[in-house]
Design a protein around this ligand. Structure first.
Ligand code: ATP
Length: 215
């Protein structure tokens, strides 16, 4: 059985310990390689504060000294919006029949029906839903219907198929969000223990957030 490749996308504006901890636990639960994949122009949200190279640099700093989590910058290198379906189709072509798992926080998963060609995601990957504090468990009816027949509880099932299953990954709840971190930095606070320590090595790294104007 092949070790799955899991993709954890997001804006990572900035990457925080919530992201890293859930990605790490997902890697353990699925026995998977996990790639963090920053999005360049997220189709469904406001533009990030940090630019693509700054967000990639923060991720590089955060991922030092371990090999379980890696960085994949392909969406930053592509022009135009980053549609997850395009990225997964590209990975499918590269990886053959290897199981692919799209990791999504429970908040983002509930919004899946707003994603471009969302139903096709199940044809190219499994979905691993990461629990997140404060997220209502109810799903929109069309998503609930799609998930019902796909839900599995045993990670071994994901290794037997390339795509199409949904698994809930009960990761340690950490109520950390990039929004909160941006607010703290804009207010002149120092969210030291919510962020990977590598982000504090160079004061320029967090400067874009200290000088932002919150909308
Ligand atoms: P923002 O506050 O700017 O919306 P965020 O903290 O939600 O940012 P994103 O980069 O938007 O971070 O998230 C990328 C992915 O990580 C999403 O699937 C999101 O649900 C998930 N995620 C982020 N923080 C957590 C957390 N603390 N626990 C579980 N999942 C998380």
């Amino acid at each position: 059985m092949t070790r799955p490749l899991a993709i954890f996308g997001g804006t990572f504006d900035p990457v925080h310990l919530g992201h890293l901890s859930v990605a790490w636990e997902a890697a353990e639960l699925l026995d998977a390689e996990v790639r963090l994949m920053p999005a360049s122009v997220p189709p469904h949200r406001p533009a990030p504060i940090a630019n693509p190279s700054q967000r990639a640099a923060m991720l590089r700093a955060a991922l030092q000294e371990q090999s379980r989590l890696t960085l994949d910058t392909r969406e930053l290198e592509r022009s135009g919006p980053s549609y997850t379906i395009d990225t997964l189709a590209e990975l499918r072509a590269e990886q053959g029949d290897r199981p692919l798992v799209l990791l999504i926080g429970a908040d983002a998963f509930a919004g899946l029906p707003t994603w471009h060609r969302w139903r096709e995601l199940f044809e190219v990957a499994h979905i691993g839903v990461l629990s997140r504090p404060g997220v209502d468990a109810a799903l929109p009816a069309e998503l609930e219907a799609e998930v019902a027949a796909r839900l599995v509880t045993d990670a071994a099932v994901l290794r037997a198929w390339p795509a199409g299953k949904v698994i809930e990954l009960a990761v340690t709840p950490l109520e950390i969000s990039a929004t909160r971190i941006r607010e703290l930095l804009a207010a002149g606070r120092d969210p030291r223990y919510l962020l990977p320590c590598g982000l504090f090595d160079d004061p320029a790294v967090l400067a874009p957030y200290r000088h932002q104007t919150l909308l």
